[in-house]
Design a protein around this ligand. Structure first.
Ligand SMILES: NC(=O)c1ccc[n+]([C@@H]2O[C@H](COP(=O)([O-])OP(=O)(O)OC[C@H]3O[C@@H](n4cnc5c(N)ncnc54)[C@H](O)[C@@H]3O)[C@@H](O)[C@H]2O)c1
Length: 305
């Protein structure tokens, strides 16, 4: 397939473009930042460029990962977010409809489901962790979430009005850099990421693979939204204990974790404020992340022997 991949110079794009090529696809990367994965240096908000790129390359599928995201909030204006994330998505959807593209995959974010109240967590008075599925009505707390949710709505609208097959992937975090949250300060990066695999993280390889699965299934599914995160061991009935005393819950599922963590000097978060439930992706998309918390423990156990 001839695929237009936006955000091709970024972290996800750099993993996804080679993966798609290894499957035999022709990938045209579009990104304002040049890189080996990017053939068209420019913005999704440049409507003429987008139209030309789709038409001239006979594009059959669009994977739209390019965006301003959370780390950009500090240095960009709200209108920059609207321009890239909303107008940019609209240009791509219009180009898809104009030139008969039959597959559209949009990289969204679980972050848009996190309201101010959920983020405040235990210290904000929450009595239970939020159990998050695609059924909830998001109330995004920042311009990133607002523009991603708007872009999701545009995707849905283009499916309704034009029959464009679209899958929206609300991916959890897969960024490589250290967390911005307070508890990360006391923990090593590897420790933080391991903990997060329990409820809010996936590897970049799994993120790329979810896009491959979506690309394959989108004509069949028509329109759908999926949370993509490593499979959680937790259940909704754990939510009260998770926010009050997370280690007591984790040890029930993984009795060997305290000893393995102790060897590394690692600690568990004392409180877990949300859990992303990726079971819809498993059931309808047939996609499950390969790497989860159990794999980290297996690696720690192997190190110890
Ligand atoms: N990294 C995460 O943890 C995470 C979590 C959830 C969702 N996401 C989403 O995944 C996607 C990829 O994120 P990433 O982690 O690879 O980030 P990244 O910053 O490494 O990559 C984003 C890419 O988008 C490009 N971009 C910015 N403005 C653009 C424009 N106007 N037109 C085209 N491309 C543009 C950037 O130049 C960059 O190369 C984004 O849509 C992001 O919102 C990321």
């Amino acid at each position: 397939m001839r695929i237009l991949l936006t955000g091709s110079s970024g972290w996800l794009g750099s993993a996804l473009a080679p993966r798609l090529r290894s499957l035999g696809h022709e990938v045209i990367g579009l990104d304002p930042a040049p890189s080996v994965q990017t053939q068209v240096v420019g913005s999704v908000a440049d409507r003429d460029l987008v139209m030309r790129t789709v038409a001239d390359n006979g594009i059959e599928a669009i994977i739209h990962g390019g965006a301003l995201h959370k780390p950009n909030i500090e240095h960009n204006r709200n209108e920059d977010f609207v321009e890239t994330n909303v107008r940019g998505t609209l240009s791509l959807l219009d180009a898809a409809v104009a030139f008969g593209v039959q597959r559209f995959v949009f990289t969204s974010t679980t972050s848009l489901m996190i309201s101010q109240a959920i983020r405040a967590g235990f210290t904000g008075g929450a009595r239970r962790a939020a159990w998050l599925t695609e059924e909830m009505s998001p109330e995004p707390r920042n311009i990133y979430g607002v523009t991603k949710l708007s872009a999701e709505h545009l995707c849905r609208l283009y499916h309704i009005e034009h029959g464009l097959p679209v899958i929206v992937l609300r991916t959890a975090r897969f960024f490589p850099e250290a967390d911005d949250m307070a508890h990360a300060i006391e923990q090593s990066d590897a420790n933080t990421k391991a903990n997060e695999l329990l409820f809010r993280r996936l590897t970049v390889e799994d993120a790329a693979e979810a896009h491959v699965a979506a690309l394959e299934k989108v004509p069949q599914l028509g329109f759908d939204i999926f949370i993509v995160s490593a499979p959680t061991p937790f259940r909704p009935e754990d939510c009260e204990a998770l926010i009050a005393d997370a280690p007591s819950v984790v040890v029930r599922y993984f009795p060997d974790y305290p000893a393995l963590y102790a060897r590394k000097g690692w600690t568990m978060f004392s409180s877990i404020d949300r859990v992303y439930d990726a079971s819809r992706a498993r059931e309808r998309l047939g996609f499950v992340c390969k790497t989860g918390f159990a794999d980290v423990l297996a690696a720690l156990a192997a190190e110890a022997t």
